[in-house]
Design a protein around this ligand. Sequence first.
Ligand code: GLY
Ligand code: MN
Length: 461
Amino acid sequence: MFNRETYIGRRQQLTQKISNGIILLLGNGDSPMNYADNSYYFRQDSSFLYFFGLDFQNLAGVIDVDSGEVIIFGNDVDIEDVIWMGPQIALREKASQVGVLKTEPFKNLQDRIEKAISSGRKVHFLPPYRAENKLLLSDLLGISVSKLKAYSSVELIKSIISLRSVKEEQEISEIRKACAVGYQMHVTAMKMARAGVWEQTIAGTIEGIANSGGGMVSFPVILSQNGETLHNHDHSKTLQNGRLLLVDAGAELGSHYASDFTRTVPVSGKFTPKQREIYEIVLAANNRGRELTKPGSTYLSVHLAAAEVIASGLKAIGLMKGDVHDAVRNGAHALFMPHGLGHMLGLDVHDMEDLGQIYVGYDDEIRPVDQFGTAYLRMGRKLQPGFVITNEPGIYFIPALIEKWKAEKINTDFINFDRLADYLDFGGIRLEDDILITESGCEIIGDRIPVTPDEIEEVMR
Ligand code: GLY
Ligand code: MN
């Protein structure tokens, strides 16, 4: 938790951005795993954390924009809870740590919302993503669950995004710590990777490193020799010489700030010439992306520039053909990189994705592109100092996609389909760094995880 002035200041800034009415921010509760008392690890809602800082279950924050009143709704524990959970700090005291002087029992929230609605006041709320909060909001507001998203407040969404997008120094310092844990996770995975090792052994070990960093993984570990499956959570295979191992993993601290890195290594400890050739193209795309990442540039243009590096590299080795610019304009590179260059990073690994990617990554100037591949770009808009984003180009050989494009004769002017037969068991390569936009350009956050083929081979030795 940051100091109380942080939360008071953030709530004041938010209040100034909203024209009138009341803001309702729901915290999260426990989510049952297989029965009510056996719940998933508790994860607070990130916007609630940002404005109210309290990392406990079953809270709601209300900010009255017109009067300036701020209330936290929640319940104090009773003696039965104390028996199971130990002594707890009173809600009033917790609230005062984040500069909120008024607390009320949770049951009073209904009355407060009903009064606001009946007097014609606007209730600003965010689109809920958890079933429990959808039901709660539906009850509180009298809106059917299926319509909640449509009635959520775009004014509130945009205001929160404008604040959370630009990271404060203290937030950057937390992300830096999360990156340091991520560094340890990845170097450990590199050192453990060798033929005969079970993928799950490495996945479990690096997840443990994230836990011992004080938090947890920032998303379920992606670790597989089948790196061509973009989010591969199947860790059931044993490593074999000649294969590549793709590891996409990051840490989330106790403060909930996240990191997110990807590295790809040869199981044998040494890249084959064929692997190195593709690897160098991905690394060049990553480096080019970073060189172009600076305030005022749009991340859509950086994504397309990285795509051109990939298309021109693949053309140089005979897998693509034709004019590189035209190839990218036609989306031909997306056969090999069917995803975007990156996303915002912060309290969420895909920061603020629950608020709507169209608002987080796009604006009136830069609109989402619906072309296959670039359509998955989560962040396209103009960069500003204080943004934290990922830079994660990749090249993948996805047999089903190659077969489909070949059969449907898609982008045949730009792809040498016959040459791809030799790559169907190649897997995939992705290289991901976390980047802070500075006043003059950008910087990789923390020490760069070994990334050149020589550096990786050295670590693995
Ligand atoms: N690290 C997973 C992703 O960015 O989608
Ligand atoms: Mn990522």
